[in-house]
Design a protein around this ligand. Structure first.
Ligand SMILES: [Zn+2]
Length: 263
C-alpha cells in the first residue's frame, strides 16, 4: 500500500520589495493558491495532516502551506490564504517573538537596494494567538534559528525543548517543528521526538523512509533546481499522482519567475 502524498509547501517572507529566495510577492502567492484551489487541493495545517494521515483519513489531494521564521507579514498572508479557503502553519523562532528584535542569523542576507529592515520583524505573541484563533497552526522553528545538525546534544535539546515550552505556555500546545535551514539528520529528528514534537519538516529532497519527524517540503522561496524537485516528489506515489504533482510543482515554480518584481 502506498502512502498518501501530501503536497507541503514552504514560504518565508511575504513582501513586494524583498527578492527571492526569501521574499514572495502577493501576486505570486495568489497565483500559487489559485492553481491549488482550481486543482481541488484541500488545505490542512501540518499537524492536522499528520493526524489524519495516522487515521487514514487524508483527503485525496492535500496541500499543507507553511511559512518559516514567523515574519510579521504572515498576518497578511493569512488574509490572502483565506481568500482561497486555505489556512496555514507558521513556524516561529521563539527567542525573537520574546525579544521583539528583528530576525538575524547567518545566511539571512540583506539584498541590494536594502528594502526596509522592518520587514524582518517577528510576529508577536498576541499576533500568534490571532493566527491560532483563525485556524492556523503555530509550530516551532526553535529558539534562535541555530543550525541544529551542528549543535551539541545538550544545546540541541535545549533549543528544541525551550522553544516548544514557550509556545505551549503562550498558546496551549505545540506539536510540530520546522528545522532551521530545513536540515535534520537522524540525531536531530530523534531529539525532536524526545522534546515532545509529533511531526517535523525539512526542506530536503525525498526521505527514504516514512518518518513523521522528517517530512519533506517543497521550498518555493528557495533555489532548488527542477531536477531536485522531481526527486523530492517521487517516493511512494502512484504514477498518475506523481505526474500531476510534478507538473503542478513546475507550474508553481515557473510562476514566480514570470512575475515582475516591484523595485
Ligand atoms: Zn528559517
Amino acid at each position: 500500500v502506498s502512502a498518501p502524498h501530501v503536497l507541503t509547501l514552504a514560504y518565508h517572507l511575504l513582501s513586494e520589495s524583498w527578492p527571492p529566495p526569501l521574499g514572495i510577492s502577493e501576486s505570486t502567492l495568489r497565483s500559487h493558491l489559485g492553481l491549488l484551489q482550481q486543482r481541488g487541493y484541500v488545505g490542512l495545517t501540518f499537524g492536522e495532516a499528520e493526524r489524519r494521515r495516522r487515521l487514514g483519513e487524508l483527503p485525496d489531494r492535500t496541500v499543507v502551506i507553511t511559512f518559516d521564521d514567523g515574519y510579521a507579514s504572515t498576518l497578511r498572508a493569512r488574509e490572502i490564504l483565506a481568500d482561497y479557503g486555505y489556512r496555514g502553519t507558521v513556524f516561529v523562532a521563539t527567542d525573537f517573538v520574546d525579544s521583539g528584535e528583528p530576525f538575524s542569523w547567518p545566511g539571512l542576507e540583506l539584498p541590494s537596494g536594502s528594502p526596509s529592515l522592518s520587514q524582518l520583524a517577528s510576529l508577536t505573541w498576541p499576533e500568534c494567538r490571532a493566527l491560532l484563533e483563525s485556524g492556523w497552526e503555530i509550530g516551532s522553528h526553535t529558539t534562535e534559528h541555530g543550525r541544529l545538525t551542528d549543535l551539541e546534544d545538550e544545546i540541541l535539546r535545549d533549543h528544541l525543548e525551550r522553544s516548544r515550552a514557550r509556545i505551549v505556555e503562550e498558546l496551549g500546545s505545540c506539536d510540530t517543528v520546522a528545522y532551521p535551514y530545513g536540515q535534520a539528520d537522524r540525531r536531530v529528528a530523534k531529539a525532536a521526538a524526545e522534546a515532545g514534537y509529533v511531526a517535523g519538516c525539512t526542506c530536503s529532497a525525498r526521505h527514504d523512509v516514512d518518518e513523521p519527524l522528517r517530512r519533506p517540503r517543497i521550498n518555493l522561496s528557495g533555489s532548488d533546481t527542477g531536477v531536485r524537485l522531481r526527486v523530492q516528489l517521487s517516493p511512494l506515489t502512484e504514477r498518475v499522482r506523481r505526474t500531476e504533482l510534478i507538473r503542478l510543482a513546475w507550474i508553481l515554480r515557473r510562476g514566480r519567475s514570470w512575475t515582475p518584481r516591484d523595485e
